[in-house]
Design a protein. Sequence first.
Length: 112
Amino acid sequence: MTDFPTIQKPKYNGLEGRVIKKQVRNETEANYVISRRRSLRSRGAWNLQWDSLPEIDYQTLITFFEANQGSNFNWIHPVTSVVYDVRFIGDEITDNIPHFEGRSCQVSIDEV
């Protein structure tokens, strides 16, 4: 399996994470709600954001995205160092060039 490229780490205040654990909910005619868990395990999802990603790292990220969109890859969480089997959630990487020191960009991944 492919590894996420070694580029500048996302900004820590921009590493937004979520824990996803689905449930099944049914509303009765008496207006009660019955629920149960839908799966046994939870999974994580992260929005990776960079404020000033150097252009060479940005091009590396784009190349990796184009080669691995729709496939699983290994990603190391930059704070906990835990390795996750993840994939890109969306079909795009958004970016902006606010200054000449680098790009701001964002991409979302989730655990498989």
